[in-house]
Ligand binder design. Structure first.
Ligand code: NZQ
Ligand code: ZN
Length: 385
């Protein structure tokens, strides 16, 4: 096992009755920025419940955080936070609203423009306003981690950052809030959480038995519960299991002490920035191709994955690896997320543009061994067609 330091300070309140914890978590004298997206939380009643739980606190609302939150829109919120003397940011929504909140909270504490956060990967952050979360979509794990992804629309840059100052103080995970999530976003959430586990699990063995078995448990849960959420969308237990699995998939626990890949995510960010695919759509396309191209380097873990996650025990090593990759693709397709670039109208002539983006963003040595060069990324993208 690799050396590690592990820290996660986010307090979780999980279940049907937990929204009322807002009153306990947020100081009574706070000036709160209530941040949300395109209106789903208005339509499903969550915003009204949040307002009620906050009682007499001073609230300023800021709506319109887009999926793949933009630097442009977030900058307007940063100006508002500074002008209004906001002391607490409450994100009500999915990963985009939460990521937006993290950016706003850090940028509002800086004199310089907030884009420096993205340029430094978060290293320039030395303080942040407190962020609380009411989660409405099981997917990213942002509610319980210290990272975020922001897009600068004008320049087509979708960039991640992370900082120890960016963990939410608390997150309320009430699965009933996710009952209104449309099928497409349920599917996206399952594919995203699944890929988060794979990025931290399917590398090379370091004898991290606890991490591996936690990861396999999360994958099996997503495989079991994901299709159920599509067939039986009002099932509370299914939503509860998906919600907790997605948070645990990316709260640092399964990734501590093991190698991590993240090449699928980094290539995926370019696909979103240039072609506007949903985050999970990019992962469903790239992951099967990435595993196929890197099957030799990942052979041992692919064989373990084949056996323990998919129950594949027959055939030669090569056959079992091929079968595991095929099952992964089938699972994404079963969840309704297409796995070929051509399904999204993207042809071979677009590959050089995506590679140029990776180069511009310094994504030239990706993966758990930093050996995913631009040549390998090109090969992966060609396999995605
Ligand atoms: O904007 P509203 O109207 O709220 O609608 C949203 C949005 O259209 C809707 N939605 C959310 N909760 C709902 C709901 N609709 C009905 N009922 C509800 N309860 O779902 C749509 C997608 O929301 P979004 O927040 O964009 O989805 P997701 O949670 O998948 O977040 C995606 C973003 O997170 C980033 C992605 O890159 C992307 O920008 N990621 C963040 C990570 C992190 N911070 O750790 C890790 C991930 O790898 C990912 O990169
Ligand atoms: Zn993701």
């Amino acid at each position: 096992m690799l050396d590690f330091s592990y820290y996660n300070p986010t307090r979780i309140h999980f279940g049907k009755s937990r929204l009322a914890k807002l009153n306990q978590e947020i100081p009574a004298d706070a000036r709160v920025l209530l941040l949300y997206g395109g209106g789903s939380v208005v339509r499903n009643g969550t915003l009204a419940d949040v307002r009620q739980a906050l009682g007499e606190r001073q609230l300023i609302e800021f709506a319109g955080i887009e999926p793949n939150p933009s630097y442009e829109r977030l900058s307007e919120a940063v100006a508002k936070v500074k002008a209004e003397g906001i002391s607490y940011i409450l994100a009500v929504g999915g990963g985009s609203v939460i990521d937006g909140a993290k950016y706003i909270a850090a940028a509002a504490c800086m004199d310089a423009d907030g884009w420096a956060i993205l340029e430094s990967g978060g290293r320039c952050i030395n303080r942040s306003l407190p962020v609380g979360v009411v989660l409405t979509l099981a997917a990213t794990g942002s509610e319980m981690n210290n990272s975020a992804v922001v897009t600068r629309v004008a320049t087509q840059d979708k960039m991640p950052f992370a900082s120890r100052h960016c963990f939410p103080v608390f997150a309320i995970l009430d699965p009933t809030r996710t009952l209104s999530v449309p099928a497409k976003q349920v599917s996206n959430g399952v594919v995203d959480a699944f890929t988060h586990v794979i990025e931290q699990y399917l590398t090379h063995p370091v004898n991290g038995k606890v991490q591996d078995r936690f990861a396999e448990g999360l994958l099996l849960t997503l495989i079991e519960e994901g299709p159920k959420a599509l067939q039986d969308p009002q099932n509370y237990d299914v939503r509860a299991n998906l919600m907790w699995a997605a948070s645990l998939a990316l709260n640092g626990l399964i990734g501590a002490g093991v190698p991590q890949d993240w090449s699928t995510h980094m290539i995926g960010h370019e696909l979103t920035a240039v072609h506007g695919l949903d985050h999970a759509q990019t992962l469903a396309v790239i992951l099967p191709a990435m595993l196929a191209v890197r099957r030799t380097e990942k052979a041992q873990k692919l064989l373990q994955y084949a056996e323990r996650v998919w129950g594949i025990e027959e055939g030669s090593d090569e056959q079992r690896i091929s079968a595991a990759i095929a099952r992964t693709r089938e699972f994404f397709e079963q969840m309704g997320v297409a796995t070929r670039l051509s399904d999204y109208g993207i042809q071979a002539d677009q590959v050089p543009r995506l590679i140029a983006q990776l180069e511009r963003h310094g994504m030239t040595a990706l993966g758990e061994r930093r050996d995913v060069t631009l040549a390998i990324s090109t090969q992966v993208l060609q396999q995605c067609l």
